[in-house]
Design a protein around this ligand. Structure first.
Ligand code: GLC
Length: 411
């Protein structure tokens, strides 16, 4: 993990939108479905490529939804494992410009729309490619039952060319690779690819390129702790357990669950990259749009407990059902109350003398502070007298997660 100044913007943003969109939206099951179905690429093309018609695709609307939700960057699937390219690439005809009912540069349009909304651009590019005739038939390939040897060098060249083309055309802030496995790692020539990428843009952030990633990328989980303050981004599904559109899967996280998830990420010094799988006409599922706008309502009042924040200084253990985020520059500590305490909350490890002022963040209303006079045992740890006590209103603020803002004395 390299220490870089330019990763700063990334850690300040904290909240991003992942978009898994491609032909697999038409299959409405899983972005890996072609592999699960063992469907040869010819058949896949005939079924989906020829009928892909995203007539309702409006990236300006998508960007507006993301902006309203408080998201500061987007990561867009330019090519997933099926090999379908969502941009105007000169290296294959299997792309959205050439799809007869589409004929649009979907990535190009998204990049313009999201940039205009002040959102940073990440491009996801799959290292495996089930469409390319020189991509090896590995254990996950749709043709795995008919194994033949393939010369992968032309595929390596294609991959390098496409990545450089994406960089040149769209100048992404992040290149997000996916699908590296130990048995195919030799194909990419990650070292040379990395060299070319950094030469073209020394400020770019690279993810999941084996050996050359700028941040850790846990998927559908988060680290237990982060004592070394590493840079990380958790990518999480919105619905079910997969990434692409699925009409039958209606378990969607609530806005409260998403807000809580975001807080858990930031409280461990990480980013949340939350995924949406649009349908094949180009719409976000309606429930997701609604939930994102609800998250935006919370963010409007609480974003300063998210942006520029990280984990609390060592030794400060949050009360039960609470999480801390911390802005070291403003010296403000945020206590996120996942369940609402009975009138008062004792903050173990925080000396009352170190706190100047406290308020509810949603409406900046004053909170009276007190000092704990007793020494107690909490969760097996002793808390000395002198800890801070925050007195809370009886009535819980009407927000997804109430937040107490503590102004700490600068040391
Ligand atoms: C997993 C999935 C892949 C998805 C990725 C997102 O690797 O297999 O389909 O794109 O997660 O992080």
């Amino acid at each position: 993990m390299t220490e870089k100044n330019y990763r700063k913007w990334f850690e300040q943003c904290r909240f991003g939108l992942f978009i898994h969109w491609g032909l697999y939206a038409m299959r409405s099951a899983h972005e890996w479905q072609q592999s699960f179905d063992k469907m040869p690429t010819g058949e896949y093309e005939k079924l989906y490529f020829n009928r892909f018609e995203p007539d309702l695709y409006d990236p300006v609307q998508w960007a507006e939804t993301a902006r309203s939700a408080g998201m500061k960057y987007v990561v867009f699937t330019a090519k997933h494992h099926d090999g379908f390219c969502m941009w105007d690439t000169k290296y294959t005809d299997f792309n959205s410009m050439k799809a007869p009912l589409c004929r649009r540069d979907l990535i190009g349009e998204a990049v313009t729309a999201f940039r205009n909304a002040g959102i940073k651009i990440g491009i996801y590019y799959s290292l495996p490619d089930w469409h390319h005739p020189n991509y090896v038939i590995d254990a996950r390939h749709p043709l795995r039952d008919n194994k033949v040897e393939r010369d992968y060098l032309p595929y390596r060249e294609f991959l390098h060319n496409q990545v450089m083309e994406l960089m040149q055309k769209y100048s992404p802030d992040i290149l997000w690779f996916d699908g590296d496995y130990p048995d195919t790692r030799h194909i990419w020539d990650a070292e040379e690819l990395n060299r070319k990428i950094r030469e073209a843009n020394p400020d770019i952030l690279v993810n999941r390129l084996p050996g050359f990633s700028d941040f850790l990328s846990p998927e559908q989980n988060i680290p237990d702790g982060n004592d070394n303050m590493v840079c990380w981004e958790g990518c999480q599904v919105f619905r079910g357990s997969a990434w692409g559109y699925n009409r039958d899967d209606d378990h969607c996280k609530s806005s409260k669950e998403i807000v809580q998830m975001l807080i858990r990420h930031v409280s461990k010094g990480g980013n949340l990259l939350l995924n949406v799988g649009p349908d094949a006409r180009g719409n976000f599922p309606e429930t997701m749009t609604e939930r994102l706008l609800e998250v935006g309502k919370w963010m409007r009042l609480h974003s300063r407990a998210v942006y520029n924040c990280t984990m609390a200084p060592a030794g400060i253990i949050p009360p039960q059902d609470c999480h801390y985020t911390w802005n070291p520059e403003t010296a403000r500590l945020y206590l996120h109350l996942f369940s609402y305490p009975d009138r008062r909350v004792r903050l173990c490890g925080i000396n009352a003398e170190d706190v100047e002022y406290a308020q509810l963040l949603n409406d900046a209303s004053f909170l009276a502070l007190g000092v704990a006079e007793d020494r107690i045992n909490i969760n097996g740890a002793v808390d000395q007298a002198g800890s801070l006590i925050v007195n809370l209103p009886v009535k819980q603020p009407d927000v997804a997660v109430p937040v107490v803002e503590l102004f700490m004395k600068r040391k």
